[in-house]
Design a protein around this ligand. Structure first.
Ligand code: FES
Length: 176
């Protein structure tokens, strides 16, 4: 008699427990999925809401720069993420035009951002990627770059040469 009662109670009591456990596991899966994807969503959306600011970076002592001729300097990109590693390194070409005047260009080609190099003999900046060529004042001499090299502000602060850095790469070409 008692046994019969147990069997008749089972389906009625197990059903709510099963429903509860199903909902609990779905809820926990949703929470875990949200926690895992949150950093990725933040990484993708962060640049939309927070524009990286330009920063002044020291690139060497004033006496290290001889008048004339471009020198390559390296600095940390102003917008690196914590795990950027070596990709956070950026560069610029600096020329000491006179005792007090400096000219600096971002190393990145304005076509697709490849690093340009200064060649002393023809006095041109060459881009190795698609043949972009720039004059020593940064204007385009040949190839696909749509605009001159990005000019960076330079200042002398306590005997050090500083450049105002900008996030890289700098490209004006949009993918369509
Ligand atoms: S990236 Fe320099 S020419 Fe294309």
């Amino acid at each position: 008699m008692n046994n019969q009662n147990d069997q008749s109670e089972k389906p009625c009591c197990q059903q709510p427990r099963r429903t509860f456990l199903t909902r609990l596991s779905i809820g926990l899966s949703a929470v875990i999925g949200f926690v895992i994807t949150l950093p990725a969503i933040g990484f993708v959306l962060a640049p939309v809401f927070k524009k990286p600011k330009a920063k002044w970076r020291s690139v060497g002592k004033l006496e290290d720069f001889k008048v004339d001729g471009f020198v390559l300097v390296q600095y940390e990109d102003p917008s690196p993420v914590a795990w950027a590693g070596v990709t956070a390194k950026a560069g610029a070409w600096i020329r000491r035009a006179s005792e007090t005047e400096f000219i600096a260009f971002s190393i990145n080609c304005r076509h697709l951002g490849c690093p340009v190099r200064w060649v002393d003999d023809p006095k041109l900046f060459m881009c190795p990627c698609h043949g972009g060529v720039y004059y020593e004042d940064g204007t385009v001499a040949a190839g696909p770059p749509p605009e001159p090299l990005e000019r960076l502000s330079v200042r002398i602060n306590k005997g050090m040469v500083e450049i105002q850095t900008i996030p890289t790469p700098l490209t004006l070409t949009t993918l369509t």
